[in-house]
Design a protein around this ligand. Structure first.
Ligand SMILES: C[S@@+](CC[C@H](N)C(=O)[O-])C[C@H]1O[C@@H](n2cnc3c(N)ncnc32)[C@H](O)[C@@H]1O
Length: 184
């Protein structure tokens, strides 16, 4: 009995140690992301649900979440039947998204195939394929991001920004701090 208790305690301590090590290893990436764009702050799920209902896109529309965090926005758009990609600079969050995605769509392989998570810097990505780009950035990056979106997106494409405004793009629909922009 004592042996079982000791083994259990060892397993528990190992798991705590492992989770501490993983968090310690992940820590520098959170700072790196702050420097490269924005820090990690997930959009609350209630707001994600409102976001996916903001626009009616065409059937095979492609959606991109810039800085996709734990993948929640990508997964919700995929649930609506769209192709959804996430670009995220923090590899720990990318892997978390992939696991979360696999779990969310464990009974729906076709939805699983509609999502992709790239571990990349979004400043080096090409947005030209997308019909909708979602971003939850910070004020500092909005002017530079506006230029990149204007240069790369097709005229019919839309942008949803959570919280932060673009300096020159025209706002269409608004729902609280969710704003829909177009590039034309
Ligand atoms: C405010 S969070 C938003 C997360 C998610 N989109 C959401 O709304 O739940 C911003 C995310 O962007 C990522 N990020 C910051 N700079 C980036 C860059 N240059 N390339 C890719 N991802 C970046 C951060 O790691 C963080 O996860």
């Amino acid at each position: 009995m004592v042996l079982i208790y000791q083994i259990g305690l060892c397993i528990l301590l190992s798991l705590i140690l492992l989770s501490l090590l993983v968090n310690l290893a992940a820590f520098p990436f959170f700072f790196y992301a702050m420097f490269m764009g924005a820090f990690y702050a997930p959009t609350p799920m209630k707001k994600v649900k409102r976001m996916v209902g903001l626009l009616k896109l065409k059937k095979n529309a492609r959606v991109l979440d810039l800085g996709s965090g734990d993948g929640r926005i990508v997964i919700e758009f995929a649930k609506m039947g769209y192709h959804a990609d996430g670009i995220e600079i923090n590899p720990f969050l990318v892997w978390r998204s992939r696991v979360f995605n696999w779990w969310s769509f464990r009974n729906d392989r076709s939805a699983q195939r509609r999502t992709r998570f790239f571990c990349r810097n979004f400043w080096q990505a090409d947005f030209s394929d997308y019909d909708l780009v979602v971003v939850y950035g910070i004020t500092r990056i909005m002017p530079r991001l506006e230029k990149k979106l204007r240069a790369e997106l097709k005229p019919s494409a839309k942008i949803i920004s959570h919280g932060f405004k673009f300096p020159h793009l025209k706002v269409g629909k608004e729902d609280g701090d969710l704003r829909v922009y177009s590039v034309d």
